[in-house]
Design a binder for this molecule. Structure first.
Ligand SMILES: Cc1cc2nc3c(=O)[nH]c(=O)nc-3n(C[C@H](O)[C@H](O)[C@H](O)COP(=O)(O)O)c2cc1C
Length: 404
């Protein structure tokens, strides 16, 4: 999101100012162009020289400094920026932003901005909780800018409290998410997604499962959060960390998945079944570890699991239902049948016999089938890019907009 973008980083005078140097490095590593503006108080904590060397750019600290070949004008800088960050944001600069005060270089550049602003406060907890400061933060949010909440942790004063600056990589992650959510099409909607491969116990140590990594379902959860949705992810086995901003429920078997999906159904607007559900489970799970058989063979009796997609298809009351079909042959015929038979609104079909497609890969190539349109084949792409495209199509379908 920030690659090749122009970013003005405003540093104000708090103890966490040193973290702004690491934050600037992170942005530069992402291939962003970074220019820094510092308040006079900020230069008490970290030098302008440090920031100039790190960014390889002149740093603006004084509105009235004599012009040199290197100096930058506050309006030129405000026009140049695609994004503004204030890291860390003191109570003082927060008050200035909230009230349009422009009495030094930093606040004047911010007053002249016309691109998105992300404010990251850091201060003592008592300052942070001060009604006037909370009022100013609310004002900034009401004006359409982004405020990233400070985190709980050890403060400079030696005790723990809320007010600590998030780590630079967290600031980046939260900002990206907040910027996506600003234009989200699924605000106020509840999206429920299943992901990963279910696990059916054979005995206390062995199980039946499949090669699903959960990557597609987790990418869909991320894409749904980016659209501003309230997201529940019901995850079978997956090695992935719980996605930020998502309520993640961990389950094992198809039966547990079914229970969770049906608990979520009445409150859902969209249901996406991206989990790879075992078709069969043990008729009876062995209480103890099964011993090696003298006969040289072992027969397991399996019984069919519930067809969760079909059951959701018959039980749904207006929810938009999305299913996946991972096949190794006759993909389109099977997918068309599945769409109808399961009463799904959208079916995402992928041929998992192809290279770089489906289970375990970071990429996927799918064809999207809906009831009323011709199948649409999408190109091979990363799972997150694909998830964003799918989520856009779902929001268009449920919001009733025309696809451009
Ligand atoms: C040692 C020290 C640490 C400070 N840390 C913070 C801080 O973390 N957050 C904050 O809002 N103000 C902090 N202040 C107060 C600000 O530096 C002060 O309000 C200043 O006027 C802010 O100016 P600026 O917003 O122009 O940078 C600190 C002051 C001192 C002396």
């Amino acid at each position: 999101m920030f690659s090749k973008k122009n970013i003005v980083l405003v540093i104000s005078g708090g103890v966490a100012a040193y973290k702004a140097a690491i934050f600037a490095r992170l942005l530069i590593k992402m291939d962003a162009n970074v220019k820094v503006v510092m308040t006079s108080a900020a230069t008490e904590f970290i030098t302008a020289k440090t920031m100039a060397v790190l960014t390889n750019q002149p740093v603006l600290t004084d509105l009235f400094a004599e012009k040199t070949g290197e100096s930058i004008d506050h309006i030129t800088l405000a026009d140049w920026a695609d994004y503004f960050f204030v890291v860390p944001a003191t109570a003082n600069i927060i008050a200035k932003i909230a009230n349009g005060v422009a009495d030094d270089a930093a606040s004047t550049v911010l007053a002249a901005r016309h691109s998105p602003l992300i404010v990251v406060p850091a201060m003592n907890e008592n300052m942070y909780l001060q009604p006037a400061i909370q009022r100013n933060l609310k004002q900034i949010k009401d004006d359409g800018d982004i405020v990233i909440d400070p985190v709980d942790g050890l403060l400079a004063e030696g005790y723990t409290g809320k007010g600590r600056l998030p780590e630079p990589n967290e600031i980046l992650a939260y900002s990206e998410l907040a910027l996506y959510q600003k234009n989200g099409q699924l605000k106020g909607r509840h999206v429920v997604i299943s992901a990963g491969g279910t696990v059916e116990a054979i005995d206390p140590v062995r199980y039946i499962s499949n090669r699903s990594s959960g990557k597609m379902g987790y990418a869909l959860a991320r894409a749904a959060v980016e659209q501003g949705a309230d997201v529940t992810l019901i995850s079978a086995t997956s090695q992935l960390p719980d996605p930020v901003g998502v309520r993640t429920i961990h389950i094992q078997s198809a039966q547990e998945l079914s229970e969770q999906m049906f608990t979520a159904l009445p409150h859902a607007d969209v249901i996406i079944m991206a989990a790879a559900v075992s078709d069969y489970r043990m008729a009876q799970t062995a209480q103890n570890k099964i011993k090696k058989q003298d006969s040289g063979e072992l027969n397991l009796t399996l019984v069919e699991n519930p067809d969760i997609l079909a059951q959701l298809g018959s039980a749904k009351t207006g929810q938009y239902l999305v299913g996946f079909a991972a096949e190794t042959q006759n993909l389109m015929t099977y997918a068309q049948n599945k769409l109808k038979k399961k009463n799904a609104d959208m079916l995402i079909a992928n041929d998992v016999s192809k290279d770089q497609v489906g289970f375990g890969y970071d990429t996927n190539q799918v064809t999207i089938l809906t009831k009323d349109k011709e199948p649409e084949m999408l190109p091979l792409q990363s799972k997150i890019t694909l998830a964003r495209e799918i989520m856009k199509k779902i929001s268009i379908a449920i919001n009733g907009q025309v696809e451009k």
